[in-house]
Design a protein. Structure first.
Lengths: 599, 230
């Protein structure tokens, strides 16, 4: 077959052999990926399929809008708080509810804390194993590892040869017992792994340190949300009262003691990121400098809604501390403003998605969104409807809709935020990026890659950890000035609501731009649509054949072994995909080995 | 086990939004409604959290997990699994749990050197999952009582006492998410004409069970039966 050029500038060729990865592991939810590789094992076509139905929109219909956050927080196990925050913002927008300054500060601290937590867990526990080989770590010399640690991060205390020897022994015991635990199902003999054994041992050690440390980050959300593991949220503010001089016996959970505790967690988060996460990132990236695949849409079209309002209730770009804007057609210096209410800007299309619209030539703005499933398959499908061998991407092929901004497929996430911020001259972001590029001695173009995405996530974790401090100080000053309000309940009673209203709430979730559009009629939810980050990044094709961020990022990547898709996982994981949550019913076989088929 | 009373974690896991997948969470809510415990016992709604639960597992000497489990048994069957057998059943066919199966969460706790000494999985084979926004099916709901009894017996055998509440907690006073208590969750559900109920046929097919062809008729027949035969 001849090469086909997509309108957004990518060449697709389906003539080579087809490789299927299903499921893509270490992601949230269920996803399948098919690629065609040519005779040199270079990916020439990529097809990403969301393989699970996510019907949250329809189950919310008819429910109390004030409860929506609790449902959306159960979509999945990772962005719980982000969905809840987006949901309460949507309802507040619809009903014209202003929240108090303290509530804004607390929400920002919780959101930033989630960013830190999610990025850290993603890097060490989901993504690191795409770059780090724990089996190779068994060959490391603990003394040399100790020297490496001291060179990479002199301020990190845990660096003695004995410490690394202990970890190595523990790891050895695990491997010898035949139960690799979290490290099972890896491709540990693949030449795509480039780290020397000492770097592998250092990174595996930090995998364990991060696993131990991450528990502390959760505490922040538990304190403000009043509950572990699913914090409480509230339309109109936050559900915790402040009683700075009191104790919790009088029903005010936020006391000075607790604020001091949160402060200490913030300090330790900053310390861990600066002494462990960032040095690891730079050390590992240093060995992979020549692996600059995976850019995809990142140098072409990027979008961020922005987040972290400095003052409460002001969502203008100037007041958002996380950058807002859109870049299209590779014109990096032109940042466009986004309007989530404009029916012509954000639209979702379904010609390649398992949904039905009355007219599929057109896209629908989320306020008018329709979520009606239509599991139809193309004529060129190989297999059956319950056992797909090869999908037919010319027809419907994914449970993910295809959102577009003014017709463009967009990449969202930490890299989008960082490129937009950099181009806008956001000082903190510019400083972080420039320092990282110079530490690695790579040009700015290196950003547009899988590693660039991974690096942006780490830098953002550092930024988010530090910004928590800003809002803590701001809140304490506000409380000391006599304002301890945390909720505005003026319009909480549905009898005060108009008959019909609509609203939109947005956040920047750890993995990208997230928004919920709500319509309320007679005090009940009439329509609810979520466009989540992975809807943008994992988007299938649209009517014109534009491909989405996942598909674009895989093109032209060389795979070492077609039956061991390390490179595919590496790039897909760099987006931190979240295909929303599903059942997690468990089977007695205990295996989650991806089924790799090459034809 | 450390000094003094053992630390106990009673954990319900699963997704409330997927019908019988909510079994684990509903079971711990009910347990909490009826019983209180000493300070050494925590009753927790783990939802679909993964890595975020590791610390709680590490802190526990005794761990009881309530969950919907695909044992390949007839729908509604309860099965108890103990000790080393537990991770095998907590594998991963269709999991969310932050990309990690609960098996991996246990393995992570073990790698960190803090594995619970005693482990009990109280699992129920689901009847229906393909009902997004739906609640527990009667057969699964009926297993909550015996599931709690088994857990209490297990605790007793390890010298951990449960205190029946003289007055049961109200539904909105338990660990349940207030917005999603069983009554509110079931009562607030829109009509099926307004809200599509079904999942992805391809993903849900071939997983060892399938939903009844005519669920409403089966429920009607079940309700018509005398209590003891159900």
């Amino acid at each position: 077959m001849a090469t086909l050029r997509t309108p957004n500038g990518f060449d697709l060729d389906t003539s080579g052999k087809r490789v299927v990865v299903d499921p893509v592991t270490r992601i949230e939810g269920h996803m399948r990926c098919e690629v065609n590789v040519d005779e040199d094992n270079i990916i020439r076509n990529a097809v990403s399929t969301g393989t699970m139905w996510r019907g949250l929109e329809v189950i919310l219909k008819g429910r109390d809008p004030r409860d929506a956050w609790a449902f959306t927080q159960r979509i999945c196990g990772v962005c719980t708080g982000t969905h809840a925050l987006t949901s309460v913002r949507a309802v507040e927008d619809a009903l014209g509810i202003d929240i108090p300054e303290n509530a804004n500060s607390i929400r920002n601290i919780m959101q930033l804390s989630l960013q830190v937590h999610d990025h850290l867990v993603h890097f060490y526990h989901l993504h690191a194993l795409d770059w780090v080989n724990p089996v190779n770590a068994l060959k490391a010399d603990p003394k040399a590892t100790s020297a490496l640690q001291q060179q990479v991060s002199p301020r990190h205390a845990k660096s003695s040869p004995g410490y690394f020897r202990d970890i190595q022994n523990r790891l050895k015991k695990f491997v010898e017992s035949g139960q690799l635990g979290p490290f099972k199902n890896g491709y540990w003999t693949n030449p795509a792994y480039l780290l020397p054994p000492e770097a592998d041992l250092m990174a595996v050690t930090h995998y364990l340190e991060a696993l131990d440390f991450q528990k502390e980050i959760m505490t922040t959300r538990t304190i403000f949300g009043g509950k572990d593991t699913h914090p409480n949220w509230l339309v109109g503010g936050v559900p915790c009262a402040i009683n700075i001089d009191g104790d919790q016996a009088v029903g005010a959970p936020i006391t000075m003691d607790r604020l001091n505790y949160v402060s200490s967690i913030i300090d330790r988060s900053i310390e861990f990121i600066e002494n462990v996460y960032i040095p690891d990132l730079i050390a590992i990236a240093g060995f992979y400098k020549s692996w600059l695949y995976g850019g995809g849409l990142s140098s072409q079209s990027l979008m961020s809604y922005g987040d972290i309002p400095d003052r409460a209730n002001d969502y203008s770009p100037e007041n958002l501390m996380m950058p807002r804007g859109a870049i299209v057609d590779g014109k990096l210096t032109e940042i466009h403003e986004i309007d989530l209410r404009d029916p012509d800007q954000i639209q979702e299309f379904v010609p390649h998605s398992w949904y039905a619209y009355a007219d599929e030539a057109k896209g629908l703005h989320p306020w008018d969104g329709v979520t009606e499933p239509n599991y139809a398959l193309g004529d060129n499908l190989i297999g059956t409807s319950t056992n797909i061998v090869n999908i037919d991407e010319n027809a419907k092929y994914s449970w993910i809709k295809a959102p577009r901004w003014r017709g463009h497929a967009m990449e969202v996430g930490p890299l989008a935020r960082y490129v937009i911020g950099y181009m806008q001259g956001h000082e903190e972001i510019k400083d972080q990026v420039d320092r990282t590029l110079s530490a690695l001695d790579v040009p700015i173009d290196a950003l547009f890659s899988t590693l660039g995405r991974t690096a942006a996530r780490g830098l953002e974790a550092q930024w988010a950890a530090q910004k928590q401090r800003y809002f803590m100080d701001k809140m304490i000053a506000n409380i000391k000035a006599g304002d301890s309000t945390t909720a505005n309940t003026e319009k909480f009673d549905p009898s005060t609501w108009p008959t019909e209203v609509k609203g939109v709430g947005f956040t920047e979730a750890p993995r990208g731009a997230l928004a919920h559009w709500i319509k309320i009629k007679d005090t009940r939810i009439d329509n609810y649509q979520c466009v989540v980050p992975t809807t943008w990044n994992g988007s299938p094709r649209d009517n014109d054949g534009n491909i989405g961020a996942f598909e674009a990022s895989l093109l032209n990547t060389k795979v070492e072994r077609a039956d061991e898709p390390v490179e595919i996982l590496r790039t897909l994981h760099s987006f931190d995909p979240c295909l929303a949550c599903s059942t997690h019913v468990m089977g007695p076989d205990g295996e989650e080995l991806a089924d790799i088929k090459v034809r | 086990m450390g000094e003094g009373a053992p630390a106990v974690l009673i954990l319900g896991i699963g997704n409330l939004l997927w019908a019988d997948e909510g079994f684990g969470v509903r079971a711990v809510e009910e347990l909490h409604r009826r019983h209180c415990f000493g300070d050494n016992v925590a009753v927790m709604d783990g939802g679909t959290q993964g890595v975020y639960l590791v610390q709680h597992i590490r802190d526990a000497d005794i761990l009881i997990v309530f969950d919907a489990v695909d044992y390949g048994l007839p729908p509604g069957t309860m099965k108890l699994v103990q000790g080393e057998e537990v991770p095998k059943f907590l594998g991963a066919k269709k999991i969310s749990l932050h990309q990690t199966g609960f098996q991996e969460v246990l393995a992570m706790a073990e790698m960190l050197g803090d594995y619970p000494e005693h482990l009990l999985l109280v699992g129920v084979q689901p009847v229906e999952l393909e009902d997004y926004g739906g609640s527990l099916r009667p057969e699964v709901k009926a297993q909550i009582d015996p599931a709690i009894d088994h857990a209490l017996a297990f605790l007793k055998s390890h010298g951990v006492e449960a205190f029946p509440r003289t007055e049961l907690l109200g539904e909105d006073q338990t660990i349940a998410s207030l917005e999603m208590t069983l009554g509110r969750y079931e009562g607030g559900r829109p009509e099926s004409g307004d809200a599509f109920r079904h999942g992805d046929s391809r993903v849900l097919a071939g997983q060892g069970w399938s939903g009844p062809a005519d669920f409403d008729a089966e429920v009607a027949a079940l309700v018509a039966k005398p209590m003891e035969q159900r």
